[in-house]
Ligand binder design. Sequence first.
Ligand code: NAP
Length: 206
Amino acid sequence: MAGKVFFSVSMSLDGFIAPESPEDLMGRQWMELQQWIFPQRFFRENLKLGEGGEEGRDNDIVRETFERTGASVMGKRMFDAGEQAWPQEAPFRTPVFVVTHEKRDPWERPGGTTFHFVNDGIETALDQAREAAGGRDVRIAGGGATILEYVNAGLIDEFSIALAPVLFGSGIRLFEGVDAARVALEPVRTEPSPRVTHLTYTVRER
Ligand SMILES: NC(=O)c1ccc[n+]([C@@H]2O[C@H](COP(=O)([O-])OP(=O)(O)OC[C@H]3O[C@@H](n4cnc5c(N)ncnc54)[C@H](OP(=O)(O)O)[C@@H]3O)[C@@H](O)[C@H]2O)c1
């Protein structure tokens, strides 16, 4: 059976998922946005940041999101930022399909991640990811522009947002340009944790 297509991001209370400039990615706002995930045991072990860490619902959510993902799709700007920031063993450990205009050979990393660069659009990238995922789910990893393309094309089944108690004021807004006349949401669950509020929705066409 085909898996679901989903995304899962951290979002500021005023709707942003990243600062405008990649130079600010390691800045205060980004750290506050992601502060819930850095201490989690699964996150730390997957990125080889060290032993130990928090266990609890936040940690379970990080692990469950990783385990359901058979392949990921991401935009080139997210890849560019990650290429600098991820360790040699990139944390995906599955195939990753990067939608881009740039032609580039696949980039295989130790630990199971191979980045494939797809030049003919989001549907081709998704087809390749579905094939590679072998029945598990496909994660549209980000960033905002790429997620929005998939939402507006009606290709997202479900999404989760870790709503962080931080205000950005400006930056990359998750739903900037959404085709609101077409997209309808149904709430699946709301899970508060001490650090963030996890919101999950299914998506359908109006
Ligand atoms: N808060 C979170 O949980 C979270 C999660 C993921 C990412 N992020 C952040 O999101 C930011 C990046 O998001 P973004 O919205 O700026 O960019 P993005 O979606 O990562 O990448 C957009 C770029 O991807 C390529 N692209 C997208 N669709 C394409 C298509 N149909 N055909 C060909 N190329 C296509 C284009 O690059 P080219 O033309 O150069 O090829 C485009 O400029 C990063 O700062 C990242 O850290 C945050």
